[in-house]
Design a protein. Structure first.
Length: 519
């Protein structure tokens, strides 16, 4: 890690967003300033009037930033930044506090203190930050490229005492300590590339262009991160998130994060809970308002063994379809359980190969499932009341069947075209047509409740299984255009069951491997 010494002279200027070139010039820093502790200089990024300022009290070991500024989010950058330039892997740690305000009106609840890694001082630059709002909301915010909108990952916990933002390669991870306990990960992590040298430091804004606010940072450290010895190993963390999206808006919320394998988020039809598969058991996680997750509640599978992450609630919420065996080591079949907890499991399929549940028809009268192996799998349906099976496909690998809300189609993924892509067919198996055809491996289709949007998992070509780079993308049927909603590190289990909570929000699971010794 090399901290680079800034050279130059003070160049104060008003940053105006009207033109990118003018903005870049206006962002020229006031460099070489003394008395700023760990940092080289401070700059107003964007339009901050009156000009912001930063100082360091060596006796108290406190950094103070005074700044107006409308926001640092979406495509807006108006804040004061106390920074240094650096290369390599670093960890920035601080406690953020909001001293009593001295103006006559109430503070904006979304004034922010920031721990920020940033590509440049120009407005609209790529960045990653840990943001603590005045109301206590904590979020990991990021902008992937110059001029893009800012998504975020929000935490549903009380304002932490200490924040830490680590850069290891292209991976940025947020750690928190709420009341003095050791810093720990909370499921907020993003992969984003910043070219060296980059900027790292503290930021502040009032979220009110007409008001200057004061924000303090104490217990600040900026530490180089040493390579983690191979002997230290890595720990797997699984994080359940929901994401709300519109054309410009991407707001993710951490619902649950655990140091073990979790998969198959299934959002209940009533919207009040999300079911997941975690370490060999199915769990129900209450979905709270405002967004958050309650304590998980194990689902009683009433003596069934070896249940997998293929399960789902019926449209009326009365039945839970599961993929389990009668005895340990037995063949998986599809069973139906009363969600009220009464009765014994009712076996629905009786194939000589393993059967795995995937979807209910919109009226709850039919169940779709797959049967086969990794090299040859096919899609079947069966009446939920019991009866003969209907085989719908007869070639290659077909998986992930789901019904459209109008009950006219079954969407699925298939490798029949040479790569894994999204297809659809009539519910009797006829009229198959390909829905995606691009350079990605596309799987796990799911249709929004209003029938207007197809969401699916995309992985890069050549993906050989296991965790890896992936994205969740959506296709709007009205125009056929495909948009990326969120990038993650995942696998098929990230998006395998019914994820939709509303027409603009779905649940997913992302994974990260962190050094066992971190932070």
């Amino acid at each position: 890690m090399i901290l680079q010494t800034a050279v130059g002279r003070v160049c104060p200027a008003l940053l105006i967003l009207a033109a990118a070139a003018m903005s870049a010039q206006a962002a020229s820093p006031a460099e070489g300033q003394a008395g700023l502790g760990l940092f080289q200089a401070q700059s107003d990024v964007g339009n901050v009037i009156p000009a912001g300022s930063a100082s360091y009290d060596a006796a108290r070991h406190v950094y103070t930033i005074t700044s107006a500024g409308a926001n640092a989010w979406y495509h807006v950058d108006h804040f004061n930044y106390l920074w240094t330039r650096a290369t390599g892997d670093l960890a920035l740690t601080a406690r953020i506090s909001f001293p009593p305000h001295r103006y006559r009106h109430d503070p904006n609840p979304h004034r922010k203190g920031l721990l920020m890694f940033r590509q440049s001082l120009a407005p609209g630059s790529a960045y990653v930050d840990a943001a603590l709002h005045g109301v206590g909301l904590t979020a990991l915010q990021y902008r992937r490229e110059q001029g893009a909108d800012t998504p975020d990952i929000e935490l549903t916990l009380d304002a932490p005492q200490t924040l830490r933002l680590e850069k290891r390669g292209d991976v940025f991870t947020l750690y928190v300590s709420r009341s003095g306990e050791p810093l720990h990960q909370v499921g907020a992590s993003v992969r984003l590339h910043l070219r060296a040298p980059y900027y790292v430091g503290l930021g502040a804004l009032s979220h009110d262009a007409q008001t200057s606010d004061v924000i303090e940072f104490s217990h600040v450290s900026l530490e180089p991160l040493k390579p983690v010895p191979a002997s230290a190993g890595q720990a797997l963390y699984s994080t359940l998130q929901t994401i709300e999206f519109t054309d410009q808006y991407r707001r993710a919320v951490v619902i649950r994060s655990v140091p073990r394998y979790m998969q198959a988020a299934d959002w209940a039809p009533d919207g009040r809970s999300i079911f997941v598969y975690e370490e060999g058991r199915i769990e129900r996680i209450p979905y709270l308002n405002p967004d958050g997750g309650g304590p998980p509640q194990p689902v009683d599978t009433r003596g069934l063994a070896g249940c997998s992450g293929n399960f789902g609630l019926s449209p009326d919420g009365r039945l839970l379809a599961v993929s389990c065996a009668r005895v340990a080591g037995g063949l998986h079949q599809v069973f139906l359980l009363q969600t009220a907890g009464a009765g014994t499991p009712r076996q629905l399929t009786r194939g000589v190969q393993a059967s795995f549940f995937h979807a209910w028809s919109p009226d709850g009268k039919v169940v779709a499932f797959t049967r086969g192996s990794a090299s040859q799998a096919d899609i079947y349906t069966i009446p939920a009341a019991g009866g003969p099976e209907t085989r719908l496909t007869h070639d290659t690998v077909n998986d992930g069947p789901v019904y459209s809300p109008d009950g006219q189609y079954i969407y699925f993924d298939s490798s029949r075209s040479g790569t894994t892509q999204i297809w659809r067919m009539r519910t009797d198996g006829t009229g198959a047509e390909q829905m995606t055809d691009d350079g990605f491996l596309n799987s796990s289709p799911h249709i929004s409740p209003d029938g207007g949007t197809l969401a699916f998992l995309s992985q890069p070509p050549g993906h050989a299984g296991g965790f890896g780079p992936a994205s969740l993308r959506v296709m709007r049927f009205e125009d056929g255009l495909i948009h990326s909603v969120v990038e993650l590190r995942g696998d098929r289990g990230s998006f395998s069951m019914q994820p939709w909570g509303s027409a603009k929000r779905f649940a997913f699971i992302t994974y990260q491997k962190l050094p066992r010794s971190a932070p």
